[in-house]
Design a binder for this molecule. Structure first.
Ligand code: PLP
Length: 484
């Protein structure tokens, strides 16, 4: 019964209904003092709960009332011992997770295909990363998770490691054997930190990969906003056990969090938790069926391929989330980016991401037969008509070889540097991160040596119009390197 309740959201509504006379920020005062066009568009309900941490409404920095109750219910729903709300996305939760276990100079084991938020965590904490190579899928041109065996070997070589961070499931929905990884790490008392940005829903259906908390991980940064129905930027940091001090986690998350914590975001976390706990299983069943039917239909279309269970045997992938509809388009003779643009301009369809070989479509609880049917129909036309388009003259390079790390990301970030033309950066240590966003995985990160395959990959990504981010010089004519 408790999971039916929303202590934070309900208290906010009650507070607003009591019509307090407000002499505190935010100065728009329930929308009265703001641009009228924006107010009318957003609506007075939303504006009325755009509040801050006044005494009746508790305080995220030291929860003891309605926020505490909402976090306790969230922990119960997510099978955590403790849940901390994040109003700074999973990026904020990831940074808190790293700073909770790492002191400057400590070793942390991380996969090389980390999200940029992890790189920020490495810079802030002063960690020395030891990189694990994820399983590379040459055909799809993407990286999957890391294997338990690679974690075991890394821990053997680096017994000084203070933590192991894994991404599970990946952006593309593929999961590793997390239970085994946790077993290996815990046998050495090393905590497991999980970037679970794409896995808030998985705990709510038995047909989905195990969640970090189910697998016994110590900390998991999880985007409720991505696939769990809360508002953008709202996430949770879940914790299990006492291998990491809960007090330290609480202190670190507070250090990194704004003092003006958004109550709209926190209320949306409270409501999303209820929706997942009460209706998640049934809604996910329907969503998974929708996605699997779409996958079946897509796999009958010439030139298109949507991977699923077939990868489990082939690629050492342990399990996968069918709601991530990855569509491989290389055999059409076009880049994922071109197909992304075509879907937008021809059908007003917006995909989650595109890369050189693929597009990724997220099928969620918010979809139905009609929305997914429209996507599949568009793909039918694509498969039929793209034959006639001018094809990409030869395909761009594969994922770059992992660059060698020779300074910690923090040392590189704080060292003196010069901007040099990209071509001249070969063999130099970069001060800047370069990535295609999304997915936001660094092609090269501060402290790494720029190798030939990195240069070629950046050049290809530029010429194929992929969205490159990171360097101060957004044209990427130049890049900042460490001055030695
Ligand atoms: C793997 C991964 N980790 C972390 C993040 C960061 O999440 P957020 O956007 O909630 O900060 C993302 C975002 O796309 C991601 O893909």
């Amino acid at each position: 019964m408790k999971q039916q309740e929303t202590p934070l959201f309900t208290a906010l509504r009650d507070y607003v209904a009591s019509k307090p006379l407000q002499f505190h920020i935010p100065g728009h005062k329930r929308g009265s003092g703001m641009d009228p066009e924006f107010r009318d568009f957003i609506g007075l309900n939303a504006l009325s709960i755009d509040l801050i941490n006044i005494p009746p409404l508790d305080d995220l920095h030291n929860p003891h009332g309605i926020i505490k109750e909402a976090q306790i219910l969230a922990a119960e729903a997510f099978l955590a011992d403790r849940t901390f709300f994040s109003v700074q996305g999973t990026s904020g939760a990831i940074q808190a997770m790293i700073l909770s276990v790492i002191n400057p100079g400590d070793t942390i084991i991380v996969p090389r295909n980390i999200h940029r938020a992890v790189v920020t965590g490495l810079i802030l904490s002063g960690a020395r990363p030891v990189f694990l190579n994820p399983i590379i899928d040459e055909r799809l041109g993407i990286a999957h998770g890391v294997t338990p065996e690679s974690v075991k070997q890394a821990l053997f070589k680096h017994p000084e490691a203070k933590g192991v961070l894994v991404i599970n499931p990946t952006y593309y929905g593929f999961a590793t054997d997390l239970v085994k990884i946790v077993e290996i790490c815990h046998s050495r008392n090393v905590p497991v930190l999980v970037d679970e940005a794409h896995g808030i829903h998985i705990r709510f259906h038995d047909g989905l990969p195990l969640s970090a908390m189910q697998a016994g991980a110590d900390l998991a940064a999880t985007s409720v906003h991505k696939l769990g129905g809360s508002l953008v930027q709202s996430s949770v940091l879940n914790q299990k056990g006492c291998l990491v001090s809960p007090e330290r986690v609480k202190t670190v998350i507070s250090l990194l969090t704004t003092t003006s914590t958004s109550y709209i975001l926190m209320a949306s976390l409270d409501a999303a938790r209820r929706f997942l706990a009460v209706k998640g299983q049934r809604n996910l069943e329907r969503t998974m069926t929708l996605a699997e039917n779409a996958r079946l239909a897509i796999n009958t279309l010439p030139g298109l391929y949507s991977p699923g269970t077939d990868l489990i045997d082939e690629k050492n992938v342990f399990s996968y989330d069918p709601t991530k509809l990855l569509i491989h388009v290389k055999d059409l003779g076009h880049t994922g980016h071109e197909i992304d643009n075509w879907l937008r301009s021809t059908y007003n369809i917006e995909v989650e991401l595109s890369d050189l070989y693929n597009i990724l479509c997220v099928i969620s609880i918010g979809d139905n037969e009609e929305t997914v049917g429209t996507l599949v129909k568009a793909l039918m036309v694509l498969s039929r008509e793209s034959e006639a388009w001018i094809k990409v003259p030869g395909f761009p390079s594969q994922l770059p070889h992992t660059p060698e790390l020779c300074l910690s990301p923090r040392e590189a970030f704080y060292s003196k540097g010069d901007a040099v033309p990209l071509e001249k950066a070969l063999g130099k240590i970069t001060k800047e991160m370069v990535m295609v966003y999304p997915p936001g995985i660094p092609i090269v990160m501060p402290g790494e040596i720029i190798n030939q395959s990195v240069l070629e990959y950046i050049k290809d990504a530029k010429s194929y119009g992929l969205p490159i981010q990171g360097p101060e010089d957004t044209s990427l004519e130049t890049i900042k390197i460490v001055a030695l």
